[in-house]
Write a protein that binds this ligand. Structure first.
Ligand code: ACO
Length: 387
């Protein structure tokens, strides 16, 4: 093994076999279990899609009803979890609250039985059911309100928006939000999913798997970019400010948030669908000037970054949609996590089906053969190494 075998970021290195989703990055096509993302976003609900991802087939009507019912029955969380959320600092990032509360479920549901299909199903249902409740509870608590109970008469996406905003959402807004969840549910072996699979491969519990993936998704190069896109659009401010901003970013070698993807050389198909959803929302609920800035940025960036294969990714338009739905900016990434939990759980189940612990190798590039010396004999090198 030599340094030439090293692929930074594991680019192009297959780290697993998977039948869950597939990307054609040259043609801009994403499919879940062989179904195109465009078809699923147009016709399937998030829970139907989650079932497809996790168990491999679209559910028949009876199976779907049972699955929806079981998720609905597990939406409530223990008062101890609500009390725990009340102890979190209100100024903390909701991704950290989500990571901690997802991990805490392992304390409440401790009897791990990874070879029992009923345990797998129960854990999937519990996580899909409780993540929205915990997230909405943290949001209300940090605003000084008491969390509200889930509404059993509302479907998954509407219920989340209801718990978050304390108002029953408009049906169009709920439908669009549900489509957003479908679009974010899975995306092959990205950083957080890889993290989920590595954690799963140790045969730990599914709550630790999801918590580790949430921590990985939080970074600005991954899910955290959706938050940064909106901040960037606001910094640009107007359509006229776009060219100067892009000139500066390119000159300073700064990444333009919401652009670029390891897998795509064209516009991310999810960005195209999200753009359509954003337009539907603006037609119904009023325009957002930041959308004009975003479109101008996409057009100018196509000339400047397009030749390098850098185009809008999923995070570019999602923030504009979430903002119109009344979701606070720092909840954009947690909402992404809520959806992606379906993909992580699908990968958890798949990993368990053919498990071998992840243990890659490294190319050692440090010192060798050094002789230990007592402190008084050591010559100070490079200043203080503890800094
Ligand atoms: N703006 C400007 N230039 C970019 C961008 C960007 N957004 N993305 C990549 N590039 C350039 C790099 O500067 C580099 O150029 P160089 O070869 O001249 O040095 C080249 O494209 C390759 O970039 P890498 O960072 O090596 O590409 P990588 O595949 O490692 O990174 C990533 C992909 C992290 C998504 C990157 O494009 C990026 O940082 N984008 C901005 C953050 C973002 O939007 N993240 C969300 C991604 S989607 C998701 O995770 C849900």
């Amino acid at each position: 093994m030599t340094a030439s075998d090293f692929r930074p970021g594991l680019e192009g290195v297959p780290a697993t076999q998977s039948a869950i989703s597939d990307i054609d990055g040259q043609r801009g096509i994403l499919s879940y279990r062989g179904y195109s993302i465009a078809e699923l976003a147009a016709h399937s609900s998030f829970l139907e899609t989650a079932y497809l991802l996790i168990w491999g087939e679209l559910p028949d009507p009876e199976t779907l009803r049972t699955f929806q019912h079981d998720v609905q029955m597990h939406r409530r969380v223990s008062f101890r979890i609500r009390d725990m959320l009340k102890c979190f600092p209100a100024g903390g990032h909701p991704m950290d609250a989500l990571q901690a509360s997802a991990a805490s479920l392992g304390l409440f549901y401790a009897n791990r039985a990874l070879d029992n299909p009923d345990y797998i199903r129960g854990a999937v249902i519990r996580l899909l059911a409780k993540i929205p409740t915990m997230l909405a509870a943290f949001q209300l608590i940090r605003m000084g309100h008491d969390p509200i109970q889930p509404r059993d008469d509302l479907p998954y996406a509407s219920n989340f928006l209801y718990m978050l905003t304390e108002r029953e959402p408009d049906p169009l807004a709920a439908r669009i939000f549900d489509s957003c969840l479908v679009l974010h549910a899975e995306h092959t072996l990205n950083a957080s999913t890889f993290s989920a699979r590595v954690t799963a491969s140790t045969l730990t519990d599914p709550y630790a798997v999801v918590a580790s993936a949430v921590g990985t998704l939080a970074g600005p190069l991954h899910g955290g970019a959706n938050e940064d896109v909106l901040l960037m659009l606001e910094e640009i401010g107007t359509v006229d400010g776009v060219e100067a901003y892009l000139d500066r970013a390119i000159a300073e070698k700064r990444k333009v948030m919401g652009f670029g993807h390891r897998e795509y050389r064209v516009k991310d198909p999810r960005a195209t669908i999200l753009q359509g959803l954003a337009e539907e929302l603006f037609d119904r609920f009023g325009h957002d000037e930041m959308y004009d800035v975003a479109r101008r940025l996409e057009a100018v960036a196509a000339e400047r970054l397009g030749p390098k294969g850098i185009y809008p990714n999923v995070d570019f338009y999602s923030g504009l949609v979430y903002r119109k739905l009344g979701i606070p900016t720092d909840l954009f990434t947690p909402v992404f996590a809520l959806a992606r939990a379906a993909g992580w759980l699908a990968h958890w189940k798949e990993q368990l089906g053919a498990n071998r612990i992840y243990r890659p190798t490294q190319i050692y590039c440090g010192a060798a053969g050094r002789a230990w010396q007592p402190p008084e004999a050591r010559v100070a090198k490079n200043g203080d190494l503890t800094g």
